[in-house]
Design a protein around this ligand. Structure first.
Ligand SMILES: [Zn+2]
Length: 811
């Protein structure tokens, strides 16, 4: 049972939690951390999306300047593209959040998010601020500056270049420019009701990059006199890595964006421009800031101890530092509460653990549990030093047990606990969407702790419960342990395209995560909350993917599925987000589906071949409509095998992801010449496998129409594609989601006929959204229209146009 894994932590309250085996650093890594203990500097990096941040500069700040460094990404990146699967929206936001946490775990920064939603591409900050609550975001930024007290703030983007990059980017810089001074304005309230102390960061920078100049060559030639050069090519010999090597590992975490990065060595210059704050005489961003212990009240008592700690550190036996570390801990404890007290106490606690070779672990051998079920939890503490350590207490799920057990060198303590969770403990991933959610990022909750006494000093270590098991191939595995709802219920499709004259087969899938058989009522309600179906069923313990098929004449409407068992009402789907490079997460979403009626009798063609690219859900929609859809394996396909298809559809970004299209592109051209229709969906203009993506010249640009309801002007309303089988009008372009399209063609041969023009507000008309070329006896079509978003969303207007493309009659 439960062999199908699952996990993580409530993203709301926990930071940078990566499921992993407890690590003990080497003596030189410990020394590196001790040096950091001697620095009280802090920086904040601000941008809009996961992957915007310059990991080279963040690594330089955390490692070279040894500064406590935050990255505030306004959004989770859920409106972007995904290179590793066809999951978009929430799933993508969760993937990218975890990729950021991974990145920060490598480069040493801390990750924060605002409540701004990534609604998709915007061309101007004005557009961003139409959808975002600017005032709320500003208050969040000010709160964060007051709370975290950065000495320097670095913007990734330029607040002055509106309209030249994603509107979210410029907006992030504009907010930061305002927040920089507002944080120090005592009349400005930030909603926290905490009366957080006002704070004035010393300097605000813009992190210049070649991409603002179009190319590296252009940047090389540009006048850089107003920029401050930072030689970030630092080699950290205690870590055996240079700055770029660490930064490229961090950057390469952004797998969903295809940001795998190469390392480099030697000198490398990064530039910043001073936007506000004190003038600089050197290349030291923290110039004029006292970054020693003397900057805080009472710090002068601690400074000599830390200096001594560094001087007396023994690389052969770090445990010799423990006595001094515990003394430093007690001295810091006497200080008034400040952000530095909290940060440095946590650093010292970690150093004591490292120097004592302490192994602290709280695990379970269950991947997940459900409310009110008993879970066995194992605690392991090992001392690998001559330091005497006393285990004072263990707290599991907020229940404290007194232990009082002394541990000598190499002694290992095991203990076992049983606990139960409630539905308040669900570990589902949530995006933050209120100011309170935002604030909670700064206050980690503590539910499981191990309390130790070292040299008479009490230290408590906060740990997650992790799922721990042996995989016979991969070895020892740690994963997040999850608390999930007992039942998940979902429709197997988010949209069903139906012919209203017949019954529609609808499948409801249930998962029982609990150890009990659950007898209850499965029901379906319509948008008026009227029950249109119900049946008593039994969900067997731990049974997943239990399918129930309903054959019924459903009307055009949205429907919800429910499972009611005694007082428990389950009407959510538990959706797992499970990829190799990130910890497993889940989130819940309403069990909903949409029934869309559609006249299937208009179809003349039947056999469609589909070349999958980055992945999209169009094939399922086409099957629902009534087509037979085969997936074409490009690696093995022969020319004559293509001739059986009446239309071939090239999935989104196939020319980017499918290396075989480098040589097999000609098969598509010949197929069209012989009378076939090819519909190529959007491809990105970077990293194409070949420039020959069509039988005639076709260059993809970066034009996108971000207004999903942009008006279209038909160039020739009599064209077959606008008339058969469906008459296409302006109505077909209403109720679209997220955007009208992306990566429109910007240069194409005369053989390509544009079908319509459209434009975003205040911009000129573009005609590269839908192009049709006659080639031999067939048609070759390129379209940047976002059919991959519209069709799965049940948008019938877009579907009719797509069918007209498929049904284009060839000579
Ligand atoms: Zn971005």
């Amino acid at each position: 049972m439960k062999n199908n894994i699952i996990y993580i932590f409530c993203a709301l309250f926990m930071q940078n939690i990566i499921a992993q085996k407890p690590q003990t650093p080497t003596p030189s890594e410990i020394y590196f951390k001790i040096e950091k203990l001697n620095v009280l500097a802090s920086a904040m990096y601000i941008a809009a999306h996961p992957d915007d941040e310059n990991t080279r500069l963040i690594t330089y700040l955390t490692h070279h300047d040894k500064a406590y460094t935050n990255y505030l990404s306004l959004t989770r990146g859920n409106g972007g593209q995904n290179l590793i699967s066809n999951e978009l929206g929430t799933d993508l936001g969760i993937i990218r959040t975890n990729e950021l946490w991974n990145a920060r775990n490598i480069d040493g920064g801390k990750q924060f998010f605002s409540t701004a939603d990534d609604f998709g591409f915007s061309k101007h900050p004005k557009e961003a601020f139409e959808k975002w609550d600017k005032d709320l975001l500003l208050k969040q930024m000010v709160y964060m500056i007051r709370k975290e007290q950065p000495d320097v703030i670095v913007n990734r983007f330029d607040h002055r270049t509106e309209g030249t990059t994603h509107g979210h980017h410029t907006a992030s810089a504009q907010l930061s420019k305002l927040a920089f001074n507002l944080a120090n304005d005592k009349n400005y309230k930030d909603l926290s009701q905490e009366n957080a102390e006002i704070w004035q960061p010393k300097r605000l920078f813009f992190n210049v990059s070649w991409f603002f100049f179009g190319s590296k060559q252009a940047f090389d030639k540009a006048d850089k006199s107003k920029y401050i050069p930072l030689n970030i090519g630092v080699f950290y010999n205690q870590l055996g890595k240079n700055n770029q090597e660490i930064a490229s590992l961090s950057r390469s975490q952004h797998q969903s964006q295809g940001f795998g990065d190469m390392s480099s060595r030697g000198e490398e210059i990064d530039y910043v421009e001073l936007l506000d704050g004190d003038a600089l005489k050197s290349s030291k961003l923290f110039e004029g800031v006292d970054t020693s212990w003397n900057r805080i009240k009472g710090g002068s008592n601690i400074q000599p101890l830390v200096t001594q700690l560094i001087k007396e550190y023994d690389f052969k036996d770090p445990s010799k530092s423990i006595t001094l570390l515990t003394k430093i801990y007690s001295e810091i404890d006497k200080l008034p509460d400040t952000i530095w007290k909290a940060r440095k106490q946590s650093e010292v606690k970690e150093l004591i653990k490292n120097c004592a070779g302490l192994f602290l672990d709280i695990t379970t051998n269950e991947p997940y549990t459900t409310p009110n079920q008993s879970v066995d939890v194992k605690v392991e503490v090992a001392n690998r030093s001559n330091q005497n350590i006393v285990i004072k207490d263990v707290t599991i799920n907020n229940n404290r047990t007194i232990v009082d057990k002394s541990l000598t060198n190499q002694e290992v303590y095991y203990d076992y606990f049983q606990t139960k969770f409630t539905n308040q403990d669900y570990t589902n991933f949530k995006f933050i969407d209120t100011f309170n959610d935002f604030k909670n990022q700064f206050n980690a909750t503590k539910k499981n702790e191990i309390g130790l006494e070292v040299n008479g000093v009490y230290l408590s270590y906060n740990l997650p419960i992790q799922y721990h098991y042996k995989d016979v191939v991969k070895g020892e595995i740690y994963k997040p342990f999850h608390i999930v709802p007992a039942v998940s219920v979902r429709f197997n499709q988010s949209t069903y395209i139906t012919n209203n004259k017949q019954d529609q087969k609808v499948e409801i899938v249930t998962d029982n995560y609990s150890d009990e058989n659950l007898k209850g009522i499965l029901s379906v309600t319509n948008s008026k909350n009227e029950e249109v179906y119900q049946k008593e069923i039994i969900l067997n313990q731990n049974e997943k993917n239990n399918s129930l098929i309903i054959n019924k004449n459903f009307l055009n409407d949205t429907y919800k599925a429910h499972f009611k068992q005694n007082v428990n009402n389950y009407d959510n789907e538990t959706k797992w987000v499970d990829y190799n490079h990130i910890p497993v997460n889940y989130y819940t979403k309403p069990s909903e589906t949409k029934i869309v009626s559609f006249n299937k009798s208009v179809l003349k063609k039947s056999k469609i071949g589909y070349i999958v690219g980055a992945g999209d859900e169009i094939p399922q929609v086409l099957k629902d409509v009534g087509y037979n859809v085969d997936f074409i394996n490009l690696e093995t396909v022969k020319a004559d095998e293509l001739s059986k298809y009446e239309t071939i559809i090239v999935g989104i970004r196939a020319f980017n992801t499918e290396s075989s299209l480098k040589t097999k592109n000609k098969l598509l051209f010949d197929y069209v010449k012989n009378g076939g229709t090819v519909i190529m969906q959007y491809q990105t203009n970077g990293n194409l496998q070949t420039d020959e993506i069509a039988p005639y010249k076709l260059t993809i640009g970066r034009t996108r129409i971000t207004d999903e309801n942009a008006v279209v002007k038909f160039i020739n309303a009599n064209e077959p594609v606008l008339n058969k089988p469906f008459k296409i009008t302006q109505e077909n372009f209403k109720n679209w989601v997220q955007e009208q399209g992306l990566y429109y063609a910007d240069d194409f041969a005369g053989e390509f006929q544009p079908v319509f023009t459209s434009h975003d507000f205040d911009e000129k008309e573009t005609n590269g959204a839908l192009l049709i070329a006659k080639h031999g006896k067939g048609h070759y079509i390129y379209t940047g229209l976002s059919f991959f978003r519209q069709l799965p969303a049940g948008n019938t207007g877009a579907l009719e146009l797509f069918i007209n493309l498929i049904e284009l009659k060839n000579e």
